[in-house]
Design a protein around this ligand. Structure first.
Ligand SMILES: C[S@@+](CC[C@H](N)C(=O)[O-])C[C@H]1O[C@@H](n2cnc3c(N)ncnc32)[C@H](O)[C@@H]1O
Length: 279
C-alpha cells in the first residue's frame, strides 16, 4: 500500500530525530530537489525512494550538494532516486519551461513574483530583462501582457538554449527576443535607450549593473525592478539609498517594495519597483 507521507514511508529507516531534520523540498515538473543534511547522507537513497513512493508523479529525486553559486547561478546536484537525469519541464502561469537543473538556474518559488511583474506591464511596452535564465519572466510577461517586445538576455549558453526552446514551445517568438551575452555589453552595444521597463532579477549583481539598467531605459525614463539583498530590521532603506545615490541625476520615485524570500536568517531577497524620470 502507498505510504501516506514521508514519515510513514521512512518508518524503520530513520529515527524520529532524523525525520525531524528533513527539510522542505522543491518540485520542478516531475523532479524533486531536496537538501539532505550531512548527518543523513548515508540514508539519502532511502529518502529518495520514500519521496518517489509518496509522490507517485515524481520521476527523479535530486539531492542539492552545494549552494547556488558561480556566474551562472547553478548548483551541484546528484540523483538519489529514479531516472538518471537532471532535466525537467515545469508548468507555471499557463507556460511551460524546460530546463536542466544542473546547467541553468531555475526556482519554482518565484512564480508569484514573475506573475506580479507581468501584470504591471502595459500594452505596447518594451521590456528589457538583464538576467533572463531560461526565460521565465520574459515568457510569462509575453503571455500575460500586451508588451510589444521583451529583450531577454542571459550569458549562460545552456540557459540560452533552453530559453530559445521555451520561447518556441510557448509560442511567444513574435515578441520575446532571446540574446546570448553579458547584459552590460548587450545594452551598451545594441539596447541603450529602448526600454519602458527593465528587470534585474539577480540580487547579487543588481548594484553592479544598475547603471546599465538606467542606460537601457528610454531617455524620458521608465520603470526598473531592482532586486537586491536586504537585512532585517531595515529591509529596504539601504537599497533605496543606493539607487537614489546612483541615479542622482534623475528623479527616482519608489512605486513599491516587497520581500521575496529569505535566503539566510534575517536576510531576504527584496525588490524595489522604481519609476525613473528626467530631472
Ligand atoms: C537568478 S538567475 C535568473 C533567473 C530567471 N530570471 C528566472 O526567473 O528563472 C540569474 C541569471 O543571470 C545570468 N547572468 C549572470 N551574470 C550575467 C551577466 N553579466 N549578463 C547576463 N546574464 C547574466 C545567469 O546565467 C543566470 O541565468
Amino acid at each position: 500500500m502507498k505510504p501516506k507521507n514521508i514519515r510513514e514511508a521512512l518508518r524503520g529507516e530513520l529515527t524520529d530525530e532524523e525525520l525531524a531534520q528533513l527539510r522542505a523540498f522543491d518540485i520542478v515538473g516531475d523532479v524533486a530537489i531536496i537538501k539532505i543534511p550531512e548527518r543523513l547522507l548515508p540514508k539519502k537513497h532511502a529518502i529518495g525512494q520514500a519521496l518517489l513512493q509518496v509522490h507517485t508523479n515524481l520521476r527523479t529525486v535530486l539531492n542539492q550538494v552545494g549552494p547556488v553559486g558561480g556566474e551562472f547561478r547553478t548548483r551541484e546536484l546528484e540523483v538519489i532516486a529514479g531516472e538518471l537525469s537532471t532535466e525537467a519541464t515545469h508548468s507555471e502561469s499557463g507556460c511551460t519551461f524546460k530546463t536542466d537543473l544542473a546547467q541553468a538556474y531555475f526556482s519554482p518559488r518565484l512564480a508569484h513574483e514573475r506573475l506580479r511583474i507581468a501584470k504591471l506591464v502595459r500594452p505596447g511596452e518594451i521590456v528589457t530583462n538583464l538576467f533572463a535564465g531560461v526565460g521565465c519572466y520574459s515568457i510569462i510577461i509575453a503571455k500575460h501582457s500586451r508588451a510589444s517586445t521583451v529583450y531577454s538576455i542571459d550569458k549562460n549558453p545552456a540557459a540560452f538554449r533552453f530559453m530559445v526552446e521555451n520561447i518556441r514551445a510557448n509560442r511567444v517568438g513574435d515578441r520575446v527576443v532571446p540574446i546570448l551575452g553579458d547584459a552590460r555589453d548587450i545594452i551598451e552595444g545594441q539596447l541603450a535607450g529602448r526600454a519602458n521597463r527593465v528587470l534585474m532579477p539577480l540580487p547579487e549583481l543588481a548594484r553592479e549593473f544598475f547603471d546599465a539598467a538606467l542606460l537601457a531605459l528610454k531617455l524620458e525614463g521608465g520603470t526598473i525592478h531592482f532586486y537586491d539583498l536586504g537585512q532585517v530590521p531595515d529591509l529596504f532603506s539601504p537599497s533605496l539609498e543606493f539607487v537614489r545615490r546612483a541615479a542622482s541625476e534623475k528623479n527616482v520615485k519608489l512605486l513599491g517594495s516587497r520581500a521575496i524570500r529569505s535566503y539566510a536568517p534575517r536576510r531576504h531577497h527584496v525588490v524595489l519597483d522604481l519609476l525613473i524620470s528626467k530631472k
